[in-house]
Design a protein around this ligand. Structure first.
Ligand code: 5GP
Ligand code: ZN
Length: 136
């Protein structure tokens, strides 16, 4: 069974900081910042695309709740929040998870826009046209 399904079912231990009917939040075992947390839906989904719509609100309201818990718990209200969606983005665990990474003064990290430097050679208006055309 999937690693994070095992964690949500309590079969593999984790440092759980929040749980409700739909969602579990636990500390990343290999944290890149104090309080680095993963928020996962209990229903197995690989990416947001295959998460049923009715579970989106529970997932993201939990992200918001955990932000508040971390603000009180590790003392910052600055965060990088993101999802590695698909292998090419760096997704290693094929169960949707939202990373909440607390950020601190002088932590040496960058913004989300620094994860890749692959600026398109086409104008963004061409790219917009292509996207709209493909979506009828
Ligand atoms: P991804 O690259 O898929 O977005 O990140 C997966 C994350 O899960 C990594 O940051 C990794 O440290 C974390 N992780 C992998 N295995 C475990 C585990 O067994 N327990 C916990 N708590 N975190 C894990
Ligand atoms: Zn799973």
């Amino acid at each position: 069974m999937c690693l994070f399904c095992n964690i949500t079912k309590g079969e593999i231990p984790a440092q759980i900081i929040y749980e409700d009917k739909n969602v579990l939040a636990f500390l990343d075992v290999n944290p890149i910042a104090p309080g680095h947390t993963l928020v996962v839906p209990k229903k197995h989904s690989v990416t947001l695309t295959d998460l049923p719509d009715n579970l989106l609100e529970p997932l993201f309201s939990s992200v918001k709740r955990v932000m508040g818990m971390l603000e009180r718990g590790v003392g910052t209200n600055h965060f990088t929040i993101g999802i590695n969606s698909g292998r090419l983005s760096g997704q290693e665990v094929d169960h949707l998870h939202v990373h909440i990474i607390p950020r601190f003064e002088g932590d040496g990290g960058g913004s989300l826009q620094t994860v890749v430097q692959n600026s398109p050679d086409k104008d963004i208006s061409d790219i917009k046209e292509r996207i709209l055309k493909a979506n009828g």
